[in-house]
Design a protein around this ligand. Structure first.
Ligand code: MSP
Length: 495
């Protein structure tokens, strides 16, 4: 039987500066979902990328005194390098300046909106926040500044723009979100967007080339360039072939989930579905909206100036401890504080004292006492206790509640530790071989359960256990006569 497809995307990042922890968080969350779905046997297509047009990029290139293309190539290389360091298993990295891959679909989509009678011209006066690349109302400002970008000046703009009839689609979108046909999760975001949609107005969809020289020209009017969000949102369909490889597009669309941050909710849950409805394209199935990584209580971001460098953090603590911490730091419906103090404590108490300790002490016991071979298992009640956790962990992954998934997985490891302790195999190794057989099975299960969040750890564990690729279906206690490899310590204590 053909595998079921699963198409997942992240937001595409602005590469006007180096990537920060917020970017890293989103990539790691999406990667954990992609890996979880692969473990379920799905045929996953995972897309990420960079959003390379707009005022912010143009000015950053000017400030760097570089031609914009050269500036972007250098910046994008850093974003790709971060994905590599983070072990992100993406299938395609889209760049919105890619004229072969991205432009044909964007142009096709614009023309579809025109055909539906949803694009019109109007003179516009408004307040523009470059940080958001969006117009703001007076009401949305705090002391004349955008609350998300308090270090940036709001600009007054008066110009002739093309507009998109967002208001025409608001009722349809509200009904699809309410019924979960287009699911917005968690619920707090669903309520937020429903409130916004009630009053949704038509939106400016282009800028004159004179005020924004860096964008995709509007078809049939090259004095105007497309509004950067119109160009950016289209990446989700152009990357998989819309406008150039319709067969692949049909195969993968609609997206199973778009992973985004809460600051860009309205673009994804109002503008994007309206554009798709106008072009008579199906809506994505789900939007998963994460909160912000905070540093000392404030959103970590380029404009706020409290940025921690993800490269330095990965270098210092290792990729899996970093992934483990950042995934566990976020409340599903709120924000998460990034603190190196907390990170160290979590690594030492959870990864080292619980997980790594259980794996190392039991595998090295097998190496020493049974010439690395197990022959059977001890049918203890711990087996049922561990197995009872599997559906709970699956549910947490399916709900993108990584914090919960981590906590329950660590309960599995704690059950293993307590079992080893209770059985005291060191007192009588000759009679305890099956106890270790049970422990090896718990470790095998941990290798599967941890894979979406800590793929490197999982790989090492499988190597030490001498087992090949595993899928979610192989959870259980079926490892009987088996020779393992040499145990090595998996996580070291951090001082
Ligand atoms: N280019 C737009 C997205 C276009 S998607 C069609 C953009 N870029 S961004 O670089 O500002 O943000 C990229 C992603 O990172 C967004 O989902 C955003 O929410 C997320 N984060 C940026 N800062 C963040 C934190 N401090 N914490 C968590 N994620 C945040 O918006």
């Amino acid at each position: 039987m053909a595998k079921k497809k699963f198409y997942i995307t992240t937001a595409i990042d602005y590469p006007n500066a180096r990537p920060h922890l917020g970017h890293a968080l989103e990539k790691v969350q999406a990667d954990a979902i992609a890996r979880f779905q692969r473990l379920q046997g799905k045929d996953v297509f995972f897309q990420t990328g960079t959003d390379e047009h707009g005022t912010k990029i143009w000015r950053a290139a000017e400030a760097a005194k570089k031609p914009v293309e050269e500036f972007l190539d250098e910046q994008v290389a850093v974003f790709k390098e971060l994905c590599k360091k983070l072990n992100i298993s993406y299938d395609y990295f889209i760049r919105t300046t890619d004229q072969k891959i991205h432009y044909p679909g964007v142009i096709k989509l614009w023309n579809e909106l025109v055909k539906s009678g949803d694009i019109f011209k109007q003179t516009y006066t408004g307040l523009y926040c470059i940080g958001c690349e969006a117009f703001k109302t007076e009401k949305e400002l705090v002391n004349g500044k955008c609350p998300d970008h308090p270090t940036r000046q709001i600009e007054e703009v008066e110009e002739e723009n093309y507009f998109f009839k967002l208001s025409k689609y608001k009722e349809q979108i509200i009904s699809k979100i309410k019924s979960d046909e287009f699911r917005v999760s968690p619920d707090v975001r669903k309520h937020e967007i429903l409130a916004f949609l009630e009053n949704a107005k038509d939106i400016s969809f282009s800028r004159p080339k004179t005020s924004l020289p860096w964008g995709i020209p509007v078809p049939g009017d090259d004095r105007q360039v497309m509004y950067v969000w119109c160009d950016a949102l289209s990446n989700y369909i152009t990357g998989i072939g819309y406008g150039r490889d319709e067969e692949n597009f049909e195969k993968l669309w609609p997206a199973d989930v778009h992973v985004i941050g809460k600051d860009i909710l309205r673009f994804h849950a109002a503008f994007w579905p309206a554009m798709l409805l106008s072009a008579k394209i199906k809506l994505p199935k789900e939007l998963f909206v994460h909160g912000w990584i905070l540093s000392k209580g404030a959103k970590m971001g380029k404009s706020t100036g409290n940025v921690l460098d993800p490269f330095a953090q990965i270098e210092k603590y290792g990729v899996d401890p970093f992934r483990f911490y950042i995934l566990g730091a976020m409340n599903i419906d709120g924000d998460g504080e990034y603190s190196e103090e907390l990170l160290k404590e979590r690594i030492n108490t959870v990864l080292v004292s619980n997980l790594s300790n259980f794996c190392y002490r039991s595998m090295s016991f097998v190496n020493k006492n049974y010439d690395s071979e197990i022959t059977g298992i001890d049918e203890d009640k711990v087996i049922g206790e561990v197995e009872a956790k599997f559906p709970e962990i699956k549910k947490a992954y399916e709900e993108y509640d990584f914090k919960k998934a981590i906590d329950i997985i660590m309960e599995v490891s704690a059950l293993g530790n307590a079992y080893f302790q209770k059985k005291e195999p060191w007192k009588n190794p000759a009679e305890s071989a099956d106890v270790l057989g049970t422990c090896m099975n718990i470790i095998k299960n941990l290798a599967i359960l941890c894979e979406p969040m800590m793929p490197e750890f999982s790989e090492k564990l499988k190597k030490q256990l001498k087992i090949k690729k595993l899928s979610w279906d192989e959870l259980g206690f079926d490892l009987k006569k088996h020779r393992i490899g040499t145990a090595e310590i998996l996580f070291m204590k951090i001082k």
